[in-house]
Design a protein around this ligand. Sequence first.
Ligand SMILES: O=C(O)CC1=CCC(=O)O1
Length: 260
Amino acid sequence: MPMIDADGCLLNVSVEGRDGGPTLMLSNSLGCTLQMWEPQMKALTQLFRVIRYDRRGHGKSDVPPGPYSMERFGRDVLAILDDLNIEKVHWCGLSMGGMVGQWLGANAPERLDKIILSNTACYYADPTNWLNRIKAVKEGGLASVADTVIAGWLTADFREREPQITANMKAMLLATPVQGYLACCEALSTLDQRALLPKIKSPTLVIAGRHDMATPLAAGELIRSQIPRASLTIFDAAHISNVEQPHAFTDAVVGFLTQR
Ligand SMILES: O=C(O)CC1=CCC(=O)O1
C-alpha cells in the first residue's frame, strides 16, 4: 500500500481491482479506516480500479495537529489523485466521506465523474452534539463514547444478529487516534456546505438510512433537493449502511455507476 504525501501528511492509500477499468474512490466515515469497505470490495474490484485511503488522523495515516476542514480533506484527495496520476474518479463517500465528496463536487468538478453521497449531511443546525462529544472524548477517551457511537452506526436488530461484525466495528473505532478523531469532530462542529450543493453538476446518488439518527433521512432529502437531478435511495439501516445492508448497498453503487 503506498503512503502518499499530502502537504506533509502521509496518507495510507490502497489501490486494487481492475487495471484499466474506471476508477472508483471510496471515502470513510468518522472513526473508520479503509477496512469499512470490506463488504463491497469483492464485487467492486471486479468492475473498477478501487482506491481506498485512511483520512488524516485515522488508521495508518499520519495524525497532524488540527484544525482539519472539509477543504483540507478534499485537498488530501486531490494530492492522492495527482500522485497516482489519475485524472477523474467516481466517488462513493459515507458520512464524512460524503461531506468530502460534496466539497470536491463543487470545488474540483473536473476530477469527479459520478458521485455517491451516503448517510451524510451538508450542515448541522446545532453543534452541541459535536461539542459534547469532543468534551467526552477529551475527558474519557474514545471508550467513553464508543457504545453510543456504535448504537448510531448499526441498528439494535443488526447488533444482536451480527455480534462479531459489531465487535469489529467497535474495535476499529477504539483504535482511532484520539487527536485525529477530535480534529475531525471539530471540523464537523462547524460544517456548513449548503451553499456548495447547487454547484455540483455531476450525476449524483444520495443514499440514506431509514434508521440513521446521526445523519437522518431529512439530511439526505435536503442534499437530494439541492443538487441538480440527484436521486435518493433509502435503506433499512442506521448510519453505516454499507455494513448493515451490504448487498443492497453494493447493488445500488454498481447499478448507479454502470448505468448509461
Ligand atoms: O460517528 C458518528 O457518530 C456519525 C458520524 C457523523 C459524521 C461521520 O462521519 O460519522
